[in-house]
Design a protein around this ligand. Sequence first.
Ligand SMILES: CC(C)(COP(=O)(O)OP(=O)(O)OC[C@H]1O[C@@H](n2cnc3c(N)ncnc32)[C@H](O)[C@@H]1OP(=O)(O)O)[C@@H](O)C(=O)NCCC(=O)NCCS
Length: 135
Amino acid sequence: MAIEIKEGAAVDPSALQALYEHAPWARGRTADGIRTMLAHTDYHFSAWDGPRLIGFARVLTDGIYRATLWDVVVHPDYQGRGVGEELMNRILAHPVLSRVEKFWLNTRDKFGFYQKFGFVRSEQGMFREQPGKNR
Ligand SMILES: CC(C)(COP(=O)(O)OP(=O)(O)OC[C@H]1O[C@@H](n2cnc3c(N)ncnc32)[C@H](O)[C@@H]1OP(=O)(O)O)[C@@H](O)C(=O)NCCC(=O)NCCS
């Protein structure tokens, strides 16, 4: 069956919670937390094998100047088959997101993946974490 990428499709928080178990930074997120997250996310994109959620990515943005990309994840059974690339292409070709001046993202070890889509490494970033709340 062909993999389908959807923008803004209804995503079951429990299915996303299961997918997040394959993303080190998102392991342990609760279904309630994920429901809140989805409600406050500007754009999300999901990948489906029929009814099965197999990939996800989301964007927070002002729609013109800045956007941040978060939580790009493909289920291990489907990695290396172009699903991540399809998610990225859909995001970057989106009618609103394609016009955004600057995209940011955080990654620990996937620099090579994002470089394929024009992202470059930067030392300009800073962040602040809540003690005990981050991975
Ligand atoms: C990173 C991730 C989203 C890539 O998704 P994927 O579906 O496996 O990637 P694709 O098959 O679409 O690969 C697209 C291209 O990126 C390359 N690529 C994939 N992972 C890569 C990596 N870790 N480093 C460098 N290049 C990578 C592929 O070789 C492919 O290149 P090609 O077109 O020249 O062959 C996926 O491995 C994943 O979900 N990992 C676990 C969660 C994670 O770490 N997410 C990233 C958070 S910052």
